[in-house]
Design a protein around this ligand. Structure first.
Ligand code: GDD
Length: 305
C-alpha cells in the first residue's frame, strides 16, 4: 500500500523510482498493481545483507524509503522470530549497507505508533515507548538503530512514527479493509456476518495517500528529524463499523459478532497522535477525515468485488 502511493507521488515529481521486490511465487492482480509506478523492480529481500550491499554499490540513489516489514501485529505474536528478522535485522542490514556503500543517501525509516503501547493519548515524539507486541518491540529496536546510526555516523537517517494509515488497497487482514469488505459483501448478499475481535480499541486512522507526502517531506527537511504522523483524532473499531455499515443504511449490530480468536495476547487500547510538530515544523497536514477515508475504501470495494 505505502510503496504504491509513494511511487505514485515520486513519479509525479519526476523521480526515477526503483522498488525492492521480494520474490513471490503467486502473481495476483492486486500485487501486480502496486508495481504500476516503478521504473524498475529490483529482486531482493531486506533480510539479505549481501544483496543490499550489491544494490547500493551498483546504484547512486538520492533517497531511500525503507518500508519493508512484517507489518501485521497479530502475526507477530504467532511468528515473533520472522517479525524480528525482517523488521529489526532488516533495518540493520539497510543501515549497514548505506553506511558502507551510500553514506550520502537520505534514508526514511517506517516506524510505528505501536511503539507507544498503552502510554496515555495523545502520543508525541517524547512520549515513552512501551510496546505491547513483538511487532512493536521490533519496530522500536529498528527506530533506535536508525537514531544511533544518525548520531554515530552522521547519516541523514530519520523515522516517521506513523499512526494507522489505510486505503482502498490496504491488506485484507487489517481491520478497516476487513470491515469494508464485509459490509460490501453483506450488502451484495454474498455474506451474512462479520466476526471481529476487540471492538473497543481506539485508533488514529488516516489515509496512506496523505502519509506518503509526509515521508517525502521528511527527506526534504533541512536536518534529519523524527516526526509523529497522524490525524490527531481517535475512533473505536465500533465507530468504524458503525460509519461503514451506516453508509449502506445498515445497523452493524445486526451483522458483527465478537469472536475471541481475534483477540490479541496484549492490546494497545488507544492511539491518537500529537501532530503539532508535523503541522508547524514539517508543514504537513492530513487532507482526509475518517469519513472520507471510509467513503474512498467503500467506492473501490463496491466497484472491484
Ligand atoms: N486485524 C484485525 N482483525 N484487528 C481487529 C479485529 C480483526 O478481526 N477485530 C478487532 N481488531 C482490532 C485490533 O485488536 C486492533 O486493536 C485494531 O483492531 C487495529 O488492528 P489492525 O488493523 O490489525 O492494525 P494495528 O493497529 O494492529 O496495526 C496497524 O497500525 C500500526 C500503527 O499503529 C498496522 O498497520 C501496523 O503495521 C502499524 O505499525
Amino acid at each position: 500500500q505505502d510503496g504504491y502511493y509513494l511511487a505514485k507521488l515520486l513519479k509525479s515529481k519526476n523521480y526515477t523510482v526503483h522498488g525492492l521486490v521480494r520474490r513471490s511465487a503467486g502473481r495476483h492482480a492486486e500485487r501486480e498493481r502496486v508495481f504500476e509506478y516503478l521504473d524498475e523492480r529490483i529482486a531482493g529481500d531486506v533480510t539479505d545483507f549481501g544483496t543490499l550491499c550489491r544494490i547500493f554499490e551498483q546504484h547512486d540513489y538520492d533517497e531511500v524509503y525503507h518500508l519493508a516489514a512484517q507489518s501485521f501485529v497479530a502475526e507477530s505474536f504467532s511468528d515473533p522470530f520472522s517479525t524480528w528478522k525482517i523488521n529489526t535485522v532488516g533495518t540493520l542490514n539497510v543501515l549497514e549497507a548505506i553506511r558502507h556503500f551510500a553514506p550520502n543517501v537520505r534514508l526514511y525509516n517506517a516506524a510505528s505508533s505501536e511503539m507507544f503501547g498503552n502510554e496515555p493519548a495523545p502520543q508525541a515524539i517524547n512520549t515513552p515507548f512501551m510496546p505491547r507486541s513483538p511487532y512493536g518491540v521490533s519496530k522500536l529496536a529498528a527506530y533506535q538503530l536508525v537514531k544511533n546510526y544518525r548520531e554515530s555516523y552522521n547519516l541523514y537517517a530519520c523515522s516517521g512514527i506513523l499512526f494507522n494509515h489505510e486505503s482502498p488497497i490496504r491488506g485484507e487482514q487489517f481491520v478497516t479493509r476487513k470491515i469494508v469488505k464485509a459490509a460490501v459483501a453483506i450488502k451484495k448478499k454474498r455474506q451474512k456476518e462479520l466476526r471481529l475481535g476487540n471492538l473497543n480499541a481506539m485508533r488514529d486512522w488516516g489515509h496512506a495517500e496523505d502519509y506518503v507526502q509526509a515521508m517525502h517531506m521528511m527527506l526534504q527537511h533541512a536536518r534529519p528529524t523524527d516526526f509523529v504522523i497522524g490525524t490527531g483524532k481517535t475512533y473505536s473499531i465500533r465507530d468504524f463499523c458503525l460509519y461503514t455499515f451506516d453508509h449502506f443504511g445498515m445497523n452493524y449490530e445486526n451483522y458483527v459478532t465478537v469472536s475471541p480468536e481475534y483477540y490479541r495476547p496484549a492490546e494497545v487500547n488507544q492511539l491518537q497522535a500529537d501532530i503539532q510538530p508535523a503541522l508547524f515544523d514539517l508543514g504537513w497536514q492530513p487532507t482526509h477525515t475518517l469519513k472520507t477515508l471510509i467513503a474512498d475504501m467503500i467506492t473501490y470495494e463496491w466497484n472491484n468485488s
